[in-house]
Design a protein around this ligand. Structure first.
Ligand code: KG4
Ligand code: ZN
Length: 424
């Protein structure tokens, strides 16, 4: 079966995401149509607490997954109430109760509400099994297991990072999407809140990890620096916004660097040049990264300046200057290593994926540098809403995994969430 309808579920971190995808064309000419797609972000909750706490994320997934599932089916016109809803057999009830022992609130829903939905027209279910926060992953995985069991639909486990790589296969064109033809080998730079990796994509589903962070992930560094600057979570977009404002020379009118007097953008620009942060491991011979030293440099700068002038570090102009220099440092390291890897592995195609791929400056610098350094190169970024976590990318990966296994999927009940699994 090359043409199929795939239900995709993603709960690896702080987004509960479900979608229904029409996939066709196989490996030779893949095509995707989005029938339904919902993403519920927990960001407001996590902003309140300054970060993602796994058990809190899990509770939110449990609360939201079923209503979102129904909403998504309805928007895909795939929701039909069952005519004569019958309770599940004793055996199925037993399995559901055991599966969802730790997600008790879902048991009631799966036993009492799910039977009233008619089995939709779905050929396979794709679900993220890792990497991610294990308590959060289990919610999506267990819900997918229940659906697979009661409706007898094959379940395809998907690696979240593979999803990020394949997210570039949906490029907006007007109101629909087109799928670019990937050339192999491609290089993937994966930059998210939990990962920073350079992966050689040798062929469909064939990966070789060539470098990764030895400590913090890029997104994590963005988030931590943002916290030091007392900016809300998630920090990436905040840092990016401040850095862009300074790049564009936008005037800070309210919160000037040295008091109420209005400062010119030039002043902020010169401030940005008054300190520099390191570019960790930029010249190391390997393709690994390290961002914790960079983060510590920011911390020390703030600590030292605070001793001199407490008000200064709270100043908008100062925050912009830090944001700009930090973003520049990160961008330089990522770009330098990525270009070296493309040259070493002779790849002309660069795929950038993960939440940090939404960053405007990183996008621009990677694109222009690749153009000048590697003739005839192509750089793919995901659409902005597909850069951060979503389930469409999981559906795409699930499609290829299903094709590769020739439809022979494992016993779904045996699948386990794996918080630290590598791509492979
Ligand atoms: O891929 P993602 O949604 O979740 C993980 O799998 O981690 O990535 C989230 C990360 C967060 O650290 C967030 O701060 C960062 O992506 N991020 C950004 C931007 N938008 C999101 N970082 C820098 N610039 C952005 N515009
Ligand atoms: Zn992610």
């Amino acid at each position: 079966m090359v043409h199929m309808r795939i239900l995709a579920i993603e709960t690896s971190c702080d987004e509960t995401a479900l979608s229904l995808l029409d996939a066709s064309g196989g490996f030779g000419n893949p095509k995707f149509k989005i029938l339904g797609n919902v993403v519920a972000s927990q960001v407001d909750l996590h902003t309140k607490y300054g970060g993602v706490f796994p058990m809190m994320a899990k509770r939110e997934h449990v609360k939201n997954i079923f209503p979102l599932f129904v909403e998504m089916l309805k928007s895909a016109k795939a929701f039909t109430p069952a005519k004569n809803p019958k309770p599940w057999s004793k055996k199925i009830v037993g399995i559901i109760e055991e599966l969802l022992a730790r997600e008790a609130d879902l048991v009631d829903i799966c036993l009492n509400q799910l039977p009233s939905i008619k089995k939709p027209n779905i050929d396979a279910i794709a679900v993220t099994y890792g990497p991610g926060l294990e308590p959060a992953l289990w919610v999506g995985l267990n819900f997918a297991k229940v659906l697979s069991l009661v409706w007898d639909i094959p379940l395809v486990p998907v690696n979240h990072m593979e999803g990020h790589i394949l997210s570039i296969l949906l490029q907006k064109k007007g109101k629909s999407y087109t799928t670019p033809k990937l050339a192999f080998p491609s290089l993937a730079l994966l930059i998210s809140g939990g990962h920073t990796e350079l992966v050689l994509v040798q062929n469909w589903m064939k990966y070789k990890m060539i470098g990764q962070t030895r400590d913090d992930a890029v997104g994590e560094a963005f988030d931590k620096v943002a916290r030091m600057l007392e900016l809300p979570y998630p920090g990436g977009p905040q840092i990016s916004k401040l850095a862009e404002e300074l790049r564009a020379g936008v005037k800070e009118s309210a919160n000037n660097f040295s008091g109420p007097r209005k400062q010119s953008p030039d002043h902020e620009k010169s401030l940005a040049h008054s300190f520099t942060f390191p570019r960790p491991m930029i010249h190391s011979k390997d393709f690994d990264f390290s961002f914790s030293g960079l983060k510590t440099s920011v911390l020390y700068l703030i600590r030292d300046l605070k001793k001199e002038n407490e008000a200064m570090v709270k100043n908008g102009g100062f925050k912009k200057a830090v944001a700009l220099e930090f973003e520049n440092a990160v961008t330089e390291v990522l770009t330098h290593k990525t270009m070296n890897a493309m040259m070493k592995y002779k790849t002309k195609t660069l795929i950038v994926g993960g939440g940090v791929a939404a960053n405007k400056h990183i996008r621009e610098v990677l694109t222009t540098t690749a153009k000048t350094k590697i003739p005839k190169s192509v750089v793919y970024f995901p659409e902005r809403d597909l850069a951060t976590d979503n389930s469409l990318m999981i559906g795409i990966a699930g499609y290829f995994r299903f094709l590769k296994s020739k439809g022979k999927t494992k016993n779904p009940l045996k699948l386990r969430a794996e918080g630290n699994v590598a791509i492979g």
